[in-house]
Design a protein around this ligand. Structure first.
Ligand code: HEC
Ligand code: HEC
Length: 459
């Protein structure tokens, strides 16, 4: 593949210009490749920056900023309605880290970093939390501090879809955009709100009265690394068997080439980004999907007009103009390769052959996307699982999960609700159910199962 006909050094320098030094480090190609230089020698526009590449770099830069820092005006919900700024201003950094919030070491002043290293920062002092927020160092949380008070709080995509590399301490390190935050206990954080009645009121609009205790019970059922992005459509807080109806927070990397997004294939990346920004973060903007007007399936959505959200009279749309760059940025985030030494390469190679062959995995998980190009949707019956979550979505199916970067999210289980605790349990499920094999059990031996698991760890 040789899409760029310019000297690598030129590309590097104008990407650097477009992105700023920090951003450039993440996406600039390795400055080597003599063959690229040879192509450049014969290129008619040698020396001139390619406007398409420049635009792409600008989109990545804008998208990154939106992904990390843009609240879409959702302070109107998290501050004005839920009043979360009040309890958060009393939370110690130790507690904030314990509920899974992450701290970006690169946003901290040098002095604070050296104090943290030396153990000179009082992690039990809520004033430190305010200082971290003021430095824009808490991933996905935008706080405005005024006169020692937390005046407002807003949430961004980075809260759930990024983490840090723990390079300074657990929960404190360099940003890893797109990685799911497996530690973030969204339910625990939301339940700090002094106005949970507002959530109870919204959920009650579906026709069945919901009280604050029920809201608390539902929020407590989620646990770390999970969230329910459909609760305010259907008020299905718990499954009929009493288990949580939350889903595992998936990665927001490795999505280029994947057609449908979310566990149940709600739509494309820009579809879902508009959905989340308008109906979950409750930012100010537009979202349109008349499928949500179906009062039988989505009683709360239908009653609260989530199928046709507008910014409101006289208000600027803070979502729609950002969808392009936000989409572009997510497509630019590749799944990170599995670290050397984290899997056995020989065993993984055997697993690869089984994946494509006798175990029939690759019929659905088509490499290198590891989902089907096209409409990658399957019924619960085809997967030999229950249909609870599938039935909460428009197409009533599960999407073939893209498997790249599985190694980054092994803590909260696998499948949409994390029902399989280990990859071994996933393989056992396919082996026994014969999913993809016409229902005939695969009959894999123990060493074959181990090989498949090793291959999954290598993706
Ligand atoms: C409170 C946590 C949370 C926040 C904040 C959040 N997401 Fe998500 N995201 C989730 C969960 C949970 C899912 C899975 C939803 C489902 O399948 O029903 C998801 C799914 C996704 C997917 C689909 C991934 C795939 O495999 O197809 C994308 C893309 C995504 N989110 C992007 C975003 C963007 C962009 C934002 C900011 C506008 C955002 N998310 C904010 C929790 C969150
Ligand atoms: C009929 C299509 C189909 C076949 C065949 C299939 N899968 Fe899947 N796979 C899916 C779907 C759909 C999901 C998402 C399930 C959900 O959302 O709960 C999934 C999910 C997974 C997951 C969980 C991903 C995550 O992020 O939690 C793993 C791992 C996996 N499959 C591995 C395999 C292996 C290994 C095989 C072969 C033994 C296989 N699959 C065969 C469709 C298939």
């Amino acid at each position: 593949m040789r899409p760029i006909v310019l000297a690598t050094s030129t590309i590097t320098s104008f990407l650097a210009l477009a992105l700023g030094a920090a951003g450039c480090r993440d996406i600039a190609p390795e400055a080597s490749a003599a063959s690229v230089d040879e192509q450049a020698a014969s290129a008619p526009d040698r020396g001139k920056p390619d406007p398409v590449v420049l635009d792409a770099a600008a989109m990545v830069r804008d998208g990154r900023r939106i992904f990390r820092f843009d609240t879409f005006g959702d302070e109107a919900f998290w501050t004005d309605v839920l009043r979360l700024n009040e309890p958060i201003s009393r939370v110690s950094p130790r507690t904030a880290l314990a509920v899974g919030l992450k701290v970006d070491v690169e946003a901290l002043p040098k002095k604070v970093v050296s104090d943290l290293r030396a153990g000179r920062v009082n992690l039990d002092d809520p004033a430190v939390t305010l200082a971290l927020l003021q430095a824009d160092a808490v991933l996905g949380v935008k706080g405005v501090v005024e006169g020692g008070r937390l005046r407002s709080i807003g949430i961004t995509c980075a809260s759930c879809h990024s983490t840090v590399d723990d390079s300074l301490a657990p929960g404190i390190g360099r940003r890893l955009d797109g990685w799911p935050n497996q530690d973030l206990d969204v339910g625990a954080i939301v339940s700090l709100s002094p106005n949970l009645q507002a959530l109870a009121d919204v959920l009650s609009k579906g026709g069945t009265p919901v009280d604050v205790d029920t809201v608390k019970q539902v929020l407590a059922s989620w646990g770390p690394g999970k969230y329910d992005a459909e609760l305010n459509l259907d008020a299905k807080g718990l499954r009929p068997d009493g288990k949580a109806s939350a889903t595992v927070i998936p990665p927001a990397f490795g999505l280029a080439g994947v057609n449908l997004h979310t566990w149940t294939g709600w739509g494309s990346v820009p579809y879902w980004n508009a959905y989340v920004a308008a109906t979950q973060l409750r930012g100010i903007g537009t979202f349109f999907d008349p499928r949500l007007n179906d009062a039988a399936r989505f009683p709360v959505a239908a009653a609260t007009g989530l199928g046709d959200v507008r910014p409101g009279p006289g208000k600027e749309d803070l979502i729609t103009p950002k969808l392009g760059a936000l989409h572009f940025y997510q497509l630019a985030l590749k799944a990170p390769p599995a670290p050397e030494g984290s899997f056995d390469p020989a065993l993984a190679a055997r697993g690869k052959a089984l994946f494509a062959g006798r175990a029939k995995c690759a019929t659905c998980h088509v490499p290198p996307l590891f989902t089907e190009p096209g409409w990658a949707m399957h019924t619960a019956e085809e997967l030999a699982i229950d249909d609870f979550q599938a039935k909460r979505s428009p197409d009533e199916r599960y999407r073939t999960a893209p498997l790249k970067g599985l190694w980054t999210h092994t803590k909260r289980g696998f499948y949409h609700d994390g029902r399989f605790e280990t990859l071994g349990a996933v393989v056992d499920h396919y082996d026994a159910s014969g999913v993809g094999n016409g229902g005939t059990p695969l009959g894999l031996g123990a060493s074959e199962k181990a090989a498949l698991v090793e291959f999954l760890k290598s993706l």
